[in-house]
Every structure is written in C-alpha cells, then in structure tokens.
Design a protein around this ligand. Structure first.
Ligand code: PLP
Length: 393
C-alpha cells in the first residue's frame, strides 16, 4: 500500500508551482509576452560569467575524477573553503568538520530539521513563511507551529515566540532576507531572539536549535544582514547558491553547524545521519568544485534593484499597499479583498500571476516575484491598473 501522506504531497502541488505550471500553459496558448508571470523565484539574472568559465575549465579534469563520488559530506577542500567563507561572512570561528554540502537550501533544511527533532516535537516558523518548511517538518513527524511576525515591520514577535516556545519545541526556523516579505531582520531582533532562546533553553532544560535559512543573504539593497551564529551558539545555517549565483537548477548549497554550539559534534553527526537517511549524500560534485572556485564571487543585484524600483514605483502610483523590501526579490502586496485566493484568481483574468498568501500561512496578501525581466514589470502595469479598477467598479 502506498504512503497516503506522501501521496497527498504528490497530489497537491504547491500553490507556487501550480501557478507557475498554469503560466507555462497560458503562455503556450496566448503568447509569452501576454502573460505576466510573477509566480516563481527563478533568478532572472544569469549566473556570473566566471561560473561558466570555471565549469569549462573543470571539464578538463579527468572524467573519473570530475564525476566520481565525493565523501558524503562533500570534498574536503570545498568544505574548507566554505568554512573560511563562514568565518568571513558570519564572524565566527568555523571548521570544515562542521560543513555538510547539500543539494540547495531545500536539502539543507530537510536534513537539519530531521537531525535536530524527534517525532512529536514542535518546530516554530514565523509567518508568513516559505511553505515547504511545513512539508519538511511534517515529514519528520513533528508539528509546525506558526507564530505571526510583527506587522508592519515583519520582524519576529519576541513576546509571541516567548509564549509559543514550550517543552516540545525543538527548533525555530528563521529566514532573513525573507521570502515572501523581503524584510531583513535587524540586529536588535536577532539579539532579542537569541536572548529569548537562551532563556527558554534554561527554563525548559532542553536544547533549542535555530535553523537559519539564508538563500537570500547576498540579495539585499543596502541592508546589513546580521549573523545568527554570532548571536546564538546553537545555530545551523542552511545556505544555497540558487539565488546568490543564480544556479537554482544545479542544486548546491551547504549546512554549517555552528562550532560554538556545545553539542556541535553530535549535531553534525546527526546531520550526516539525516543526510544518509534522506539520501542527500555527496552533493553534485561538479558544482561543489564550482563553489570552491567561486566562493567570493559577489551576487549581481543591480537588475533586481531596478526591478524593485520599477515595481514599487508603479504599484505605489496605482494605490497598492505593499511592504518595502530590503532584500530577496519578492514584493508582499495587500490583496484588494480579504480572500487572497479570490484576488489571485481575479488577477489571472488580467493575465497577472500573483501567489496568494494562504500557503505562506497568512490571509489577505499576494507575493509578487520580481526576478523577471524589466519588460514584464513595465508591460504588466496596465493589467495591475485594470485589476485595481475592477475593485472600484
Ligand atoms: N528557502 C527559501 C526561503 C526559498 O525561497 C527557497 C527557494 O526559493 C528555498 C529555501 C529552497 O532553495 P534551494 O533552491 O536552494 O533549494
């Protein structure tokens, strides 16, 4: 008999993917340029040229060496390069022994959640949140507990978290810069969250892990992204090159278990075990080598910065309400009716594909991905105008 839980996951594609698939179908029907697809976070900026150069050079490496298995946690020299990067970026002392190479942030998160939870535990997410967190939490036999962010800042609500963290809390997942809102947590928020977790660990007598999902760390517009491991010892970083180097299809990222965690070695061993249990061993080897050689290549955010300006300027002029994003490439826009799904459905009539907020754990908003060509944003403005007018008619 098949596993019904897995069947359900397979049978119900995510709202984002469903809308993306609809967009592909619709483009085939009426033409690519007639559909304004703001559904998915597929980077519109090409990978830096140096990435292609490095790949070309790597193709000269003898094939059996180039394409062979690496150790489960990754190639040693790659893990060392990542550890040096972690030290520079997060301001903590890091060793290669706590780096585990993964298939993107998705692999990193699925592993990390499985590593630090037992069935029946609770994992806290801050809503709105990336919908797949729930999938990975539930797949580990845990409960996904949503704690709404403060509004309008969308910073973590420390008081609400204080009330929510209890005996069953194994971990809290944070994501800054944030998908879907685009906010970046402030130093004060991170420091307050770390202090709360320390207090709760002491009160409850159990470790609480902070899983920091950071695929957008490099995509910011001036905001400084604080370092979680510098504030909280039991931090696990889930990092990815999907957005930083525009390599989402290549599936490469890493887990870093903060060396300062009192149980860092045990946690890393559990990470290795979870990687093994979930089949995430030996992350794509060619890409591991690319990461090693391109680790200091900066992300190109200029196109996103321009898009952000174009989109926020256009929507502000039309009277839409939204959260000014400090990072990532999503705009969180207030739906023009309470039912976000109904609003998204109405937007479709104008060929606008906007992801309703429900699957992010809140109602009443839509997410607009602006990792698209500037033309799409420009050409979509009459549709946004018509959509707005349809509510005042
Ligand atoms: N976490 C967040 C917040 C994301 O937005 C995404 C992808 O869009 C992921 C994780 C998964 O990223 P990856 O492609 O690295 O698996």
């Amino acid at each position: 008999m098949i596993n019904q839980e897995m069947f359900q996951l397979g049978a119900e594609p995510s709202a984002i993917r469903e809308l993306f698939a609809y967009g592909l179908e619709r483009k085939a029907q009426i033409g690519e340029d007639k559909v304004f697809d703001f559904s998915i976070g597929n980077p519109s900026v090409p990978a830096p040229e140096v990435v292609s150069e490095v790949i070309r050079e790597l193709l000269e490496v003898p094939p059996c060496e180039l394409h062979g298995y690496s150790p489960a946690a990754g190639i040693q020299s790659v893990r060392e390069a990542v550890a040096r990067y972690v030290e520079k970026t997060f301001g903590v002392k890091a060793t290669a022994a706590k780096v585990y190479m993964t298939a993107g942030a998705a692999g990193a998160l699925a592993i990390s959640i499985a590593a630090v939870t037992c069935p029946g535990d609770e994992v806290i997410v801050i809503s709105p949140y990336f919908p797949e967190y729930r999938t990975w939490i539930c797949a580990s036999g845990c409960e996904c507990l949503e704690v709404p962010a403060l509004t309008p800042s969308f910073q973590p609500d420390i008081e609400a978290l204080d009330a929510a963290i209890g005996e069953k809390t194994a971990a809290v997942i944070v994501n800054s810069p944030n998908n879907p809102v685009g906010c970046v947590y402030t130093e004060e928020s991170v420091s307050a969250l770390a202090a709360l977790l320390r207090k709760k660990e002491e009160e409850l007598g159990r470790p609480i892990y902070l899983i920091s999902d950071e695929p957008y760390r490099q995509i910011t517009y001036g905001a400084v992204v604080p370092s979680f491991p510098a504030h909280y010892d039991r931090t696990i970083i889930c990092y990815s090159y999907s957005k930083a180097l525009s390599l989402p299809g290549e599936r490469i990222g890493f887990i870093y278990v903060n060396d300062a965690a009192p149980d860092a070695t045990e946690v890393f061993t559990a990470v290795a075990g979870a990687g093994r249990a979930l089949g995430y061993v030996c992350a794509p080897v060619l890409l591991q080598r690319v990461v090693e050689r391109c680790i200091d290549v900066p992300s190109d955010v200029e196109a996103y910065r321009e898009n952000r300006k174009l989109l926020t300027g256009g929507l502000a002029a039309l009277g839409y309400e939204f959260v000014e994003p400090d990072g990532a490439f999503y705009l969180w826009v207030r739906a023009l009716e309470e039912d976000a799904q109904a609003f998204s459905d109405r937007a479709k009539e104008y060929e606008l594909l906007l992801v309703p907020s429900d699957s992010f754990g809140v109602g009443g908003w839509v997410r607009v991905s602006y990792c698209v060509s500037a033309d799409v944003i420009q050409n979509a403005m009459p549709a946004f105008k018509a959509l707005k007018e349809s509510y005042s008619a």
